[in-house]
Design a protein. Structure first.
Length: 258
C-alpha cells in the first residue's frame, strides 16, 4: 500500500495504546475493561471497523474488528504491522514537581503532546501536595495514554514513582545533558545552552510554586546539573517545564528510529 494511502487511513482511524500481550500472530485482543467500554459504548465501534492498536514499544497494528461486546474482550484481525513513528530522537525526561493537581495534570498532558519520553513526579522542599495515592496514579496514567493517542505518539511515555528532589538529582546526572530551570539572573539562557549540543538523552528539572530553595540548587549543581533561565518573566510552576520542553524540542526534535 502506498505510504500516502496508509497515512490517510491512519489519520482517520481511532488509535489506542494496548498491552503488548494483546497481539498473537495475526490476531489481536483488547481485554482492558476501560478500553472495551470506550470502544464499544463511547465510540460505538462494531464488527468491520478498523482501528490502530499501539503496543507502546514502537509498533502499531492496523486491526479490523470482528468481535465487539460491552462485557467481553474485543478481538480482530491484524491487517498490517509497522513502525509507529511520531517519536523524537531525543529522549527527554521531565522531573515534574508535585504541584496542585489540576496544574500537574495539565503539565503532564502538554509534556506528552510535545514529545517527552518520561515523567518523574518529584517532591521538592516547597511542594504542598502529598504523594499521590493509587487512584490518582491511575488517573495520571490515563492522562498520559490519552494524550499520547491524541498526539499520535509511537511510544507510550513512562510515568515513574514519586521521588524526592535529591534522588531526582542523582538520577538526572546520568543523562547526556541535565538542566535545572532557575529564576536567578546569573543563569544562562536555555536556548544558548542548547546551541551546538546534540545529546541523545536530556533531563529537565524545575520547581514547585514558591520555587526551588538555594540548597536544592546547590544539590543539583553538585550533581553536574546546569541551571538555565527562560528569560526575565516569572512563569507558573506548570508553565515553566512546558515552555522549556517546547524550546528543547524546537532544537532537537527529529524523526527517531521508529
Amino acid at each position: 500500500m502506498p505510504r500516502r494511502a496508509r497515512d490517510t487511513i491512519h489519520s482517520n482511524t481511532y488509535r489506542f495504546f494496548v498491552d503488548p500481550a494483546s497481539f498473537d500472530g495475526p490476531r489481536a485482543q483488547v481485554s482492558d475493561p476501560e478500553l472495551v467500554h470506550q470502544m464499544s459504548v463511547v465510540l460505538r465501534l462494531g464488527r468491520g471497523d478498523r482501528v490502530v492498536l499501539l503496543d507502546g514499544l514502537g509498533w502499531q497494528y492496523v486491526v479490523t474488528l470482528e468481535q465487539v461486546g460491552r462485557r467481553e474482550p474485543i478481538s480482530g484481525v491484524v491487517e498490517l504491522r509497522e513502525p509507529a513513528g511520531g517519536e523524537p530522537r531525543l529522549v527527554l525526561t521531565i522531573y515534574l514537581p508535585l504541584i496542585r493537581a489540576e496544574r500537574f495534570e495539565w503539565a503532564l498532558q502538554k509534556g506528552v503532546e510535545l514529545g517527552a519520553a518520561a515523567f518523574v513526579p518529584t517532591i521538592c522542599a516547597r511542594s504542598t501536595e502529598a504523594a499521590p495515592d493509587g487512584r490518582k496514579l491511575a488517573r495520571w496514567r490515563r492522562i498520559v495514554r490519552e494524550a499520547a493517542e491524541q498526539a499520535r505518539r509511537g511510544r507510550l511515555p513512562s510515568l515513574a514513582p514519586v521521588i524526592p528532589f535529591a534522588e531526582a538529582c542523582r538520577q538526572a546526572q546520568m543523562s547526556d545533558l541535565a538542566l535545572l530551570l532557575w529564576e536567578g539572573s546569573n543563569a544562562p539562557p536555555l536556548a544558548g545552552v542548547l546551541r551546538d549540543r546534540r545529546p541523545l538523552t536530556l533531563a529537565l528539572l524545575s520547581g514547585p510554586e514558591g520555587g526551588l530553595t538555594g540548597d536544592e540548587r546547590r544539590n543539583a549543581e553538585g550533581h553536574g546539573i546546569m541551571p538555565v533561565s527562560l528569560g526575565p518573566r516569572t512563569l507558573r510552576a506548570e508553565t515553566a517545564p512546558i515552555a522549556a520542553t517546547a524550546v528543547v524540542m524546537y532544537e532537537f526534535d527529529g524523526p527517531g528510529d521508529t
